[in-house]
Design a binder for this molecule. Structure first.
Ligand code: AZC
Length: 827
């Protein structure tokens, strides 16, 4: 329904249009107004949470004004839009980001001070929006920031999970999962009860011939669930562009209750229907890099794709352009295979609802989609069973069969001699039950496929998509190396460093063009600069030490070398290698004379990260870390020489405290397994060095910062396969240093050895798939180099400053520009 104010009344309307606060006083006025009216609190019962509420609402108003303006402008200009479909957006907190992006944090700080509050306390009241697992979700959040900052007309689409990623508690050294109900108070979202889409599941397909002799398919008798839009404004930095993140929430299609049932006394049944519908958007699946084939997950995926596509098509149709213009108006990026159903869904809309011919529709589909792959791990590649598909989405299965048939005909014509090829590239895997291979559907339905770092993009071409390179040629496959937003990961997380850089570069332009950082290399010998740089690092370590004391009750010395590994817990990321290394260090310290110990570089090993609830091995590693901490941290011989800290419930807002505090961070995945990694970039940008394998973006970080400024170790990806093979077919000799560690574990020095036997045996008896033993010596040797290097603080400082100055490449702005140019063709 068009609901515009008539011409004649617009002048009056404009006169009273909402305006933005511009001064400290106006800001305070807004805060107090919101606290007293919107929140119905007063001078006498205003706590920090209410102060947060008032501040957030004041800034929200500002964002909304720009947001409305942006949307209005885009409606008029009707440019090509980018739609980023991601099941995860790991946004973290919004207030600090909003204040910095609109450039009003100082004003707010002063204003809050006058009202009796400290900025840090107010900011820390906000709960993280934790609608993601790890790297993939955080990347999507960085992309939204860059899209808005670079003024691209872009939308994010996801689900409004009632429960985001679980909260991690550590109880007796074990991970316990607690639900994260984050929506109690969320001023950043706008329910759009008028923007709804009915989504169908189940049912059957009826086919008939219409008058013109054309075959028509009708998907009918299904169950309908309604999607309701919830929007969140995404402000750009230093621009008025404010884009939209649209999250879908599910509810029963007939409203709150089925009144027929309700009135006839079936209260429970009527509520049950409603709950069943709401279950779809209730919870984020907490697995990263593992797919379990659960029906509810497939339902989530379709629900979200169908609602988003309906919305996108509705917007396109407003422009009344011809269908062939669709790919000129719409670019849809698939963040991994989770949204692959959007491909058959668009095809279905075009042929079943809009009456296009198959080929014309399919050409539109292929031009519209791009697909980003984030992993080569086989256990992460999505497959859905054909019977489940048939049951839940009967029409989509037919369409997928047709897509597959056309594709296989094409392959057959072009590779008549390679009969095996058809089975290898078919979307349908001939297993029992048959499976739909989502990654293949995504490749076939997109015009570009990209990996997320150079090595990864090369690997997908030689492993999982090898045959598709033969079919389509290499040009369909490309690389866009990941990036991070310098707004959150420098300016917000490390304000003092940002300020220091700005003081030398004459302003904050580097936050919009990170390549300008290279100019600070000129200050690498500047005494004053070096001193300040070092002081900032120290202050950030003090901040983390303070947090550690509060959270873990353990005092750590900020002068120690801070060694940090924070990321999801996974065998391929090899936190086990790290903790085995820590044990080795501990054993060596125990063997030393008190004299020798005096020469040792004190170190704190920090760990943080969640394990998927069903991932037993990852949970065992958490337990081992905590057990080792309990022994080491209380050993009088050791004192400050070594501390082991597990930081509970690692998330985005904690990362903002942790990342700026590292001297060394660990990115030590088995070569060829980590697609990119993005925390490696965050740590280096904040003046920490990396110990890492030749994997993912570590390789490009090395290229940028120089080999002297990174500590690489371990086997190379091209040797991994041979090594694994050798573990089974030659005699497997465990590294003797690692054996020492295992002996200590078996002696029970870190508690009941039985608890860790599966972990040890995965290496000793079951082939050491992740090459922990093969890389152990190289890892320990490199850690020793680090201890030595750290003693020479001046050289260390030079390395860190030089590295920061060379990190310009890793801005997500660069990354978004590459997508825009190579994949989306948008300006
Ligand atoms: C991650 C990759 O593991 C990580 O290497 C990469 O940096 C990140 O995506 C962003 O591209 N993948 C995931 O989080 N999840 C899946 C399913 O791959």
């Amino acid at each position: 329904v068009e609901a515009s104010i008539p011409e004649g009344q617009r002048a009056a309307w404009k006169k009273f249009s909402a305006t933005e606060f511009k001064t400290k006083d106006e800001f305070e006025g807004e805060v107090v107004k919101h606290i007293e009216t919107t929140l119905a609190r007063s001078l006498f019962n205003c706590d920090e949470l209410a102060a947060y509420g008032g501040t957030a609402l004041a800034f929200r108003d500002r964002l909304v004004i720009e947001w409305n303006r942006t949307q209005q402008q885009q409606s008029f200009a009707d440019p090509k839009r980018v739609y980023y479909l991601s099941l995860e957006f790991l946004m973290g907190r919004a207030l600090d980001n909003a204040m910095l992006n609109v450039g009003m944090k100082d004003v707010a700080k002063e204003g809050l001070g006058e009202l009796g509050f400290r900025m840090e306390d107010v900011i820390s009241q906000e709960r993280d929006a934790a609608l993601g697992n790890g790297g993939l979700g955080r990347l999507a959040a960085c992309f939204l920031d860059s899209l808005a900052t670079l003024n691209f007309p872009a939308w994010g689409y996801a689900l409004r999970y009632k429960y985001g990623i679980f909260k991690q508690e550590i109880v007796d050294g074990y991970q316990v999962e607690v639900p994260d109900y984050w929506l109690d108070f969320n001023p950043w979202e706008f329910p759009r009860h008028d923007v709804t889409v009915d989504v169908q599941f189940y049912g059957n397909v009826r086919k008939y011939m219409d008058e013109s002799g054309k075959q028509v398919s009708v998907w009918e008798n299904g169950e309908i669930v309604t999607a309701v839009a919830y929007d969140a404004p995404i402000p750009g930095y230093g621009t008025r562009t404010t884009n939209n993140l649209r999250l879908w929430s599910s509810k029963a299609s007939h409203g709150e209750f089925d009144f027929t049932k309700f009135n006839s006394g079936e209260y429970e049944a009527s509520v049950a229907d409603q709950q069943r519908a709401e279950t779809i958007s209730a919870v984020l699946y907490p697995n990263d890099s593992l797919e379990r084939g659960k029906e509810l997950r497939l339902k989530q995926q379709y629900f979200w794709c169908a609602a988003s596509l309906f919305d996108i098509v509705r917007r396109f149709k407003k422009s009344r352009k011809a269908w062939k213009e669709f790919p000129n108006q719409v670019a849809i990026q698939l963040n991994d295979t989770h949204p692959t159903l959007a491909i058959p869904e668009l095809q279905r809309i075009l042929i079943d609802q809009e009456g296009l011919e198959w080929d014309e529709a399919w050409s539109i589909v292929q031009k519209t989609f791009g697909y980003t792959n984030h992993t080569v791990l086989p256990e992460a590649l999505e497959k859905w069973s054909v019977p489940l598909f048939q049951h839940l989405l009967p029409r989509h299965l037919q369409i997928i069969y047709d897509i597959n048939l056309n594709f296989l005909h094409y392959v057959e014509r072009n590779f008549p001699k390679d009969r095996e090829m058809l089975g290898r590239v078919s979307i349908i895997e001939e297993s029992n039950p048959k499976m739909v291979r989502m990654a293949y559907l995504a490749v076939i339905g997109s015009h570009k496929v990209n990996g997320v770092a150079e090595l990864h993009s090369d690997l997908i071409k030689t492993t999982i998509f090898k045959d598709f390179v033969k079919v389509y040629g290499p040009d369909k496959f490309t690389n866009v190396t990941n990036g991070i937003t310098p707004r959150r990961w420098l300016h917000q997380a490390n304000p003092r460093l940002s300020e220091l850089i700005a003081s030398k570069l004459g302003g904050y332009d580097f936050l919009r063009d990170l390549t300008l950082l290279h100019k600070i290399e000129a200050y690498v010998d500047d005494k004053e600069f070096r001193k300040e740089f070092q002081e900032i690092k120290y202050a950030n370590k003090v901040r983390l030490a303070k947090y550690t004391k509060e959270a873990n009750g353990i005092s750590v010395n900020p002068s120690s070398l801070f060694d940090i590994q924070v990321k999801r817990m996974h065998e391929y990321k090899r936190q086990q290698l790290n903790i085995f290394g820590v044990i080795y260090r501990y054993l060596e310290l125990k063997d030393m004379s008190p004299e020798d110990r005096k020469k040792v570089q004190p170190r704190v090993s920090f760990f943080g990260g969640k394990a998927a609830p069903g991932y037993w091995m990852a949970k065992t590693v958490i337990h081992l870390i905590n057990q080792v901490g309990a022994v080491v941290n209380n050993d009088k011989d050791i004192g400050d020489l070594l501390k082991v800290i597990f930081l509970e419930d690692y998330n985005v807002s904690k990362a903002e405290i942790i990342v700026p505090a590292s001297d060394i961070s660990e990115h030590i995945s088995t070569a060829g397994t980590e697609a990119s990694g993005t925390s490696n970039m965050k740590f280096v940008l904040n003046g920490g060095l990396v110990i890492g394998t030749c994997d993912g973006a570590n390789i490009e970080i090395t290229r940028e910062v120089g080999e002297d400024n990174i500590f690489l170790f371990g086997n190379l990806s091209e040797d991994v396969e041979d090594l694994r093979h050798a573990h089974f077919y030659s005699e497997f000799h465990i590294d003797p240093m690692l054996q020492r560690v295992f002996d200590a574990i078996k002696e029970g020095r870190f508690g009941d050895a039985g608890q860790f036997s599966a972990l040890v045996n995965s290496i000793v008896e079951h082939g050491d798939y992740y090459l922990v033993s093969d890389d152990f010596k190289s890892y320990i040797d490199t850690q020793k180099l680090i201890d030595e290097a750290y003693k020479d603080q001046e050289t260390w400082l030079t390395k860190t400053i030089t590295s920061v100055s060379r990190m310009g490449f890793f801005s997500s702005d660069r990354c978004i520009d590459e997508y825009a140019e190579m994949i989306w063709n948008v300006e």
